[in-house]
Design a protein around this ligand. Structure first.
Ligand code: FO1
Length: 321
């Protein structure tokens, strides 16, 4: 069975680990979000791609869901001593090796998709990981400029997310470069030839959203004959992880399981909500999307595998309709 998943960072990666447990014989292609990417100290960092690669490859720092296990920070400390840029974004010594290899290959002319393939050759994540695009797309967040004359300024998503903890209200979220971006090689084919397309419980605005914003991808997801099933990243009116509610507020979407389903209703056949949101199933079904309530807390490998199994079962149910 060929499964294609559109995934962001931490939530998506944890779900994918459960998916591989639930469907060990499936061929899984992950289309990864690259709009979180940031260049720091001259190095190209791809947080969501690295989180998928490290999580599925066994190198992730489990307690935080990003960066490497067993990390040391000698270089970060030295950079701090020099007062170098962006000390709010900590790059560990082991993690730096990934960014050095990626930057070196990009500088040699390899596209991000080829770089990602090369990095995954070491990590063997058990999925084919393709960036959504080889072109530069960056999520920027428009916030008040501080003085009260209504002026605004755009900051990189990572600055808003990591330095400001998404506490400064986002007036708008802008995907810089999205309109000119092209799907990376293999992306459209992975969607068109999939037996199942999954939207894991990633941040709908800054992880799934940017992938669908690359021209051609949303249409490909809508057009594929494969059933499309998503899992709500919102449980009981709050995000499972991260600060998805801050991002959802920025685009005027309620932080509810039904609210997120509405965002993707044009392309979804099925949507899983947590049992505490069972009352949302009627609303989601009214939008034409089959909706089932199952436990969605990823408390461990077994629960995550069970929810992945539920998503695949729902895919078969809607396929048969
Ligand atoms: N998140 C933080 O909250 N603080 C950090 O210092 C930080 C560094 C970092 C370095 C590499 C990387 O791949 C991810 C990192 N993240 C950090 C997480 C990052 O903001 C998230 O993984 C995604 O970009 C948001 O989903």
């Amino acid at each position: 069975m060929r499964i294609t998943a559109l995934a962001g960072g931490i939530g998506g990666s944890r779900f994918l680990r459960g998916l591989l447990r639930a469907a060990p014989d499936a061929e899984v292609t992950v289309i990864g979000n690259t709009a979180d990417d940031i260049t720091l100290h001259g190095l190209h960092v791809s947080p969501d791609l690295d989180t998928v690669m490290y999580t599925l490859g066994g190198g992730i720092e489990e307690s935080q869901g990003w960066g490497r296990a067993g990390e040391t920070f000698a270089v970060a400390e030295e950079l701090g001593a020099y007062g170098a840029e962006a000390q709010w974004f900590t790059l560990g010594d082991r993690d730096l090796a990934t960014h050095l290899v990626r930057t070196q290959m990009l500088a040699a002319g390899y596209p991000l998709s080829a770089v990602t393939e090369a990095l995954c050759d070491r990590w063997q994540p058990g999925v084919r990981l393709i960036p959504m695009t080889d072109d530069r797309v960056e999520t920027h967040v428009v916030v008040a400029a501080g003085d009260d004359d209504g002026a605004e300024r755009a900051i990189h998503f990572q600055e808003w997310w990591v330095r400001l903890h998404a506490e400064v209200p986002a007036r708008r979220i802008v995907l810089v470069g999205a309109d000119q971006a092209k799907p990376a090689p293999g992306v459209l084919d992975a969607i068109a030839t999939a037996d199942v397309v999954l939207l894991p419980p990633s941040n709908p605005v800054v992880s799934i959203g940017p992938i669908l914003a690359v021209p051609g991808i949303r249409d490909a997801v809508r057009a594929t004959k494969a059933p499309k099933v998503g899992l709500s990243p919102i449980i009981g009116g709050s995000p499972v992880r991260g600060m998805a509610d801050a991002a959802l507020k920025a685009i005027g979407v309620p932080t509810t399981a039904a609210g997120v389903a509405e965002l993707f209703a044009d392309l979804l056949d099925g949507w899983l909500v947590d049992t505490v949101d069972a009352e949302a199933t009627a609303t989601v079904e009214a939008a034409g999307v089959r909706c089932v309530a199952v436990p969605l807390w990823m408390t461990g490998p077994d629960t995550t595998a069970a929810m992945a199994r539920a998503a695949l079962d729902l895919a078969e149910e809607v396929r048969a309709r």
